[in-house]
Design a protein around this ligand. Structure first.
Ligand code: GSH
Length: 207
């Protein structure tokens, strides 16, 4: 019986980061769905685990880890199981951190926000989110020119942290057609042993 519990929502790409890494590491966890539509993430018991009232939250035998990127670092360090998704040289660590910043910055305000509008009915500026998405995709397209992975020669937390919101960007009307390097990179991630997809979102869920 696993000691790990992952509180998530099935359509949350932040949650999917953690689910994907658990699967790539071959680590079992109890997956607990949090009903965001019913506000379960704002309940007293949930807020005790994560005062920000957001998924994902990882609980490992009493240790609570909030924030998807922090969860990735925790899992890749504590449960590496012979893998090296979090490389330990200074330059690679710095580069992984750069992509964590992109994941929490323009990816959150770009493709993630554009998808929040279409899937969850959020009142955000869709046009601005789509513009931000194309700016970050242009950067990724250049980063991936001649490179299979974002950092070094193998998949790292940088790829895992940025994958899902880019893969699901079309759900927010962000077309990936202009970005062949990005599309090839998505396919490469999807070919990793034990890759698990995030379910596709029915547009207008909140309607
Ligand atoms: N910085 C957080 C962001 C997590 C986040 O935005 N989660 C969304 C679902 S994808 C959420 O729980 N939203 C509900 C809310 O903010 O009230 C992380 O990386 O875990």
């Amino acid at each position: 019986m696993s000691t790990l519990k992952l509180y998530r929502h099935p359509l949350s790409a932040h949650s999917h980061r953690a689910e994907l890494l658990l699967s790539l590491l071959g680590v079992d966890a109890e997956i607990i769905d949090v009903d965001l539509m019913k506000g379960e993430h704002k309940s007293e018991s949930f807020l005790k685990m994560n005062p920000a009232g957001q998924v994902p939250v990882l609980v490992d035998n009493g240790t609570v880890v909030n924030d998807s990127n922090a969860i990735l670092v925790y899992l890749a360090t504590h449960y590496a199981n012979g893998t090296n998704f979090y490389p330990n040289d200074a330059v690679s660590i710095a580069n992984v951190q750069r992509y964590f910043s992109a994941a929490a910055g323009p990816i959150a305000s770009g493709p993630a926000a554009a998808r929040l509008v279409t899937v969850f009915g959020a009142s955000l500026d869709a046009e601005q989110a789509i513009d931000t998405a194309h700016a970050v995709l242009t950067k990724f397209e250049a980063d991936l020119e001649g490179n299979n992975w974002l950092v070094g020669n193998a998949a790292t937390l940088a790829d895992i942290a940025t994958y899902a919101y880019i893969a699901h960007a079309p759900e927010g009307n962000v077309d990936l057609a202009k970005y062949p390097n990005v599309r090839a990179w998505l396919t490469r991630i999807e070919a990793l042993d034990n890759f698990v997809p995030m379910v596709s979102s029915p547009v207008g869920l909140a309607a």
